[in-house]
Design a protein around this ligand. Structure first.
Ligand code: GUN
Length: 306
């Protein structure tokens, strides 16, 4: 956490993610004597360039944590039956405790069916209907919780402690209703007794709704769509968006420059927010750290049940 040029505290997600990763690696070292080594399998199907980058980072982090790490790379011509067969094999593999099928899957493959085929105990993404249901009924200790909202919640708790901000009873607005971020984020905030509004593209008077948020989580994937003027004074702002936009000038090899921005106009928002996550370096690094934490959790639960 550091003060910004405005009045907001900047929430350093990179630093917090390093703490989570170091804690996970330490626990893995302490388990070595017992013979338990958490195993993570990542499945990448097709040629989505962004997915390839994410999957590589996940594999690197798994190795840094001391996990057994495997990647299955499948062509974009792979059939649904072949993906389902791989998932079944991974479900039965005693060395694997976490299975992540990177989305999006190639056209013609039903991702709902594939995600539902993953053993709920190994579903480190938290996308299986059993884990979605456990989160929905508030059984968070039994669920595997999706990584981005889980990481956002860690940042919220730390910022709340630093600001003396009470999540319980606050007006929390989640902008975005995706299954990966918006909906599970709203459930997590509800479990902490926030008064939660889920706003989306059809919401009337979005500026008014956002303006009443003591806590705002923006997860719509639209570059800088929330201007600083919408932010309530002193609000805690978690920006989940990672959007690439054109920047001024050319790179060394003559290509137009680009830069990453969030869903919130950061430069404007720091004059109003009490605390805010930057992009990059906010929520992004937390997603991979929580994937590692989930894999360790899954390994410990599976080992305890054997
Ligand atoms: N694609 C974009 N985000 C995610 C994620 O969190 N998990 C998986 N499996 N695929 C994604």
């Amino acid at each position: 956490m550091r003060p910004s040029a405005g009045k907001a505290l900047i929430i350093d997600g990179k630093r917090v993610s390093e703490l989570v990763l170091a804690e996970t690696a330490e626990k893995v070292r302490s388990l070595a004597a017992s013979g338990l080594k958490p195993g993570l399998a990542v499945v990448l199907a097709g040629n989505d360039p962004a997915s390839a980058v994410y999957v590589r980072s996940k594999g690197k982090a798994a190795e840094a944590c001391g996990f057994y790490s495997v990647q299955h790379t499948l062509p974009d011509t792979v059939s649904e039956a072949e993906v389902l067969k791989l998932v079944e094999d991974l479900n039965a593999d005693p060395l694997i405790h976490g299975i992540l099928v990177q989305l999006p899957l190639p056209k013609g493959i039903d991702s709902t069916r594939v995600l539902a085929a993953i053993s709920p105990a190994k579903d480190v993404d938290g996308f299986h209907p059993v884990n979605v249901g456990l989160l929905g009924v508030g059984e968070i200790d039994k669920a595997l919780v999706p990584c981005t909202p889980a990481g956002s919640m860690v940042l919220i708790e730390r910022a709340a402690a630093a600001l003396n901000f009470e999540v319980s009873g606050c007006n929390a607005v989640v902008l975005g209703r995706s299954n990966i971020v918006g909906k599970p984020m709203a459930q997590l905030l509800l479990s902490q007794n926030a008064t939660v509004t889920i706003a989306h593209s059809k919401t009337r008077d979005l500026a008014g709704v956002v303006g009443r948020a003591d806590l705002l989580v923006a997860a719509v994937g639209r570059p800088q769509m929330v201007p600083g003027s919408w932010i309530k004074e002193g609000a805690l702002v978690i920006d989940v968006g990672i959007n690439r936009i054109p920047a001024e000038g050319l790179t060394a090899d003559g290509k137009p420059k680009t830069r990453l921005v969030g869903d919130v106009n950061f430069d404007e928002a720091i004059a109003h927010a009490g605390a805010i996550t930057p992009v990059p370096g906010g929520v992004g690094p937390m997603t991979i750290a929580m994937l590692m934490a989930n894999t360790l959790k899954a390994a410990l639960r599976i080992a305890a049940a054997r």
